[in-house]
Design a protein around this ligand. Sequence first.
Ligand SMILES: [Zn+2]
Length: 270
Amino acid sequence: MKHLFYRIQFLLILIACACTYSLPAFAWGQEGHRIIAKIAYDNLTKRARKQVDNILGERGMIYWANWADEIKSDNIYPQSISDGWHYQDFQGGLSDSIVADALVHYPKEGGMLLCMLDSLELEVAGDRVMRTNAEHLLRFFIHLNGDRYCPMHMAHMDDKGGNAVKMKWFGRDTNLHAVWDSKLIESQGYSYTEYAQMIQDIYHAQKREIEKMTDEELLLETYHLTESIYRYQESWDGNTYHYIYTWHEFMERQLYIAGIRLAQLLNSIY
Ligand SMILES: [Zn+2]
């Protein structure tokens, strides 16, 4: 009966947060999602790792970390695009209490990321009992838990999560969303394995502190970071080197948080 309970709950949550907001936003680029999945995999318990390997098969967690973006060109799970599963945008300048309230009362506009993560967590936990669709659910769970810590996936609705904020990156046209999805990460020139290792070496000392943070604290930290990025944008002189110099450490910490939090969730589920 347990699986039936989870399934009903999942449906109810989907209905409760049904939302019509849509925009073509991608997430952390491929490298970002691989870095997050690698950090998470490195921090799984033996037991959780075995369960994840069993469900995802021989390709494993890092391989499937980008699947939820890749299927945007297919017609499976079209609601993942039309309903905005990959982001939860807000208005700018909100008070902490209004932002934090999004964890309890899912916003009616701006995407469905927070709502989806809660329902997927129930589903993934429920699929310990029933295996139908377990693989797809886990692939979504891994990917969307990465998106949650991408600042431009918790950005402003008015500019479509930074997609409408035009900017130049080393002289080439791009936008704020794309810079945070991939350009900032790529600017460092590491492979995903190198970068995942380096980030863990740098931030390992913060692991316990991050694990103790509440969902609310993490959500607010990302929102405040996003607001700082927008403020910087207003006075930015267009120097790409200065942009990278200013923000790459913040980006790395977000990747680390995403990986550690994902591991923590999977360890508690399995
Ligand atoms: Zn995504």
